[in-house]
Ligand binder design. Structure first.
Ligand code: IPM
Ligand code: MG
Length: 362
């Protein structure tokens, strides 16, 4: 089959990790007789440098004309002082909104080979870590009005947080549907003891649960959830939460699995076109040094094959190759634990090549 993939290499380590993901896709295409066409799209800091805009409409249009979008990472200190509306991250937010991808799916699953890299005690890790955070992606405080005004002789900054019932309902459905395909436990996370938006969130989730009697719904306050994720992550199956809580909890969840460098994510709306990216940032401190872990991006490419292109075998082939390379003891710096004496440290390119060597048609 033929697929047209919009490729956003981005900033920092973005280009190097994405390169490895494309080489993996090329090999999968050869093995399974598909053809992937890549269209380069500029977004983030590189787009600011090139066009003076983190996501010009023409670049967004290329994404909207594609079958799916694969993204490395954006941002970096070079653009720290540009105004908020022009920051590289604004390009990413405009891309998410422009593509209408309201549902961001972030798996937190421990690879048994990396158990020693988890900062949690072994007895906690041994109970198992395998849950998904379903994060609302195009609403909430990220997309409310942001302004800084002068009042009483000082600056006053305002960020507006709003959610409508329909916005909550559509992400709630994704949460319930995701739980239905797994262990049928959904934990809705909010701050209903303080926020109106959270009280509405809880009410809509409770209403929705009547349509999903087979899914067990629980409610948890976000501060408690942050604690429970490190205390007993085995209790979670699917978490559904609003944009900013999901941003924070998903970083925490990734860390307990060993490294943020391992975690892919998918962002989907109502159609099959998605946005796939690792959840980590552009790591400017190690950019260009061949030190980055490309696995998060490679697994994001696998998710794209599974969820947008309906190619589950090809996706499993990539995941199996990653597993085989970890079994072989190869580690990038971020997943190398001092406890794993038999492991070999490799760079970004070597990690990519090893995964490619291990790609075998099932
Ligand atoms: C993420 C990132 C982004 C977010 C940033 C880069 C805007 O942290 O994808 O989690 O906050 O959504
Ligand atoms: Mg984040």
């Amino acid at each position: 089959m033929n697929f047209n993939i919009a490729v956003i290499r981005g900033d920092g380590i973005g280009p190097e990790i994405l390169e490895q993901a494309l080489l993996v896709l090329d090999k999968v295409a050869r093995l399974y007789g598909h053809s992937f066409t890549y269209t380069d799209v500029f977004m983030g800091g590189c787009a600011i440098d090139r066009f003076g805009d983190p996501l010009p409409q023409a670049e967004l249009d290329k994404c909207l004309a594609s079958d799916s979008v694969l993204l490395g990472a954006v941002g970096g200190p070079k653009w720290n002082d540009v105004p908020g509306s022009m920051r590289p991250e604004k390009g990413l937010l405009r891309l998410r909104a422009g593509m209408g991808v309201y549902s961001n799916n972030r798996p937190a699953k421990i690879w048994p080979q990396l158990a020693a890299a988890s900062p949690l005690k072994q007895e906690i890790v041994d109970k198992g870590i395998d849950f998904i955070i379903v994060r609302e992606l195009i609403g909430g405080i990220y997309f409310g009005k942001h302004e800084t005004v002068e009042e009483n002789g000082e600056h006053l900054a305002i960020d507006e947080l709003r959610y409508s019932e329909s916005e909550i309902r559509r992400i709630g459905r994704i949460g319930f549907e995701t739980a239905r395909k797994r262990n049928k436990r959904l934990c809705s996370v909010e701050k209903s003891n303080v926020l109106d938006s959270s009280r509405l969130w809880k009410k809509v989730m409770t209403q929705l649960s009547e349509e999903y009697p087979d899914v067990q719904l629980s409610h948890m306050l976000v501060d408690n959830c942050a604690m429970q994720i490190v205390k007993d992550p085995s209790q979670f199956d699917v978490i559904v939460t609003e944009n900013m809580f999901g941003d924070i909890l998903s970083d925490e969840a990734s860390m307990i699995t060993g490294s943020i460098g391992m975690i892919p994510s998918s962002s989907l709306g109502d159609g099959s076109r998605g946005l796939y990216e690792p959840i980590h940032g552009s790591a400017p401190d190690i950019a260009g040094k061949d030190m980055a872990n490309p696995i998060g991006t490679i697994l994001a490419a696998a998710m794209m094959l599974r969820y947008s292109f309906d190619l589950p075998e090809e996706a499993s082939c990539i995941e199996a190759a990653v597993g085989a390379v970890l079994d072989g003891g190869y580690r990038t710096g971020d997943i190398l634990s001092p406890l794993d004496s038999g492991c070999k440290k490799v760079g970004c390119r070597e990690m990519g090549s090893l995964i490619i060597e291990n790609l075998k048609k099932g």
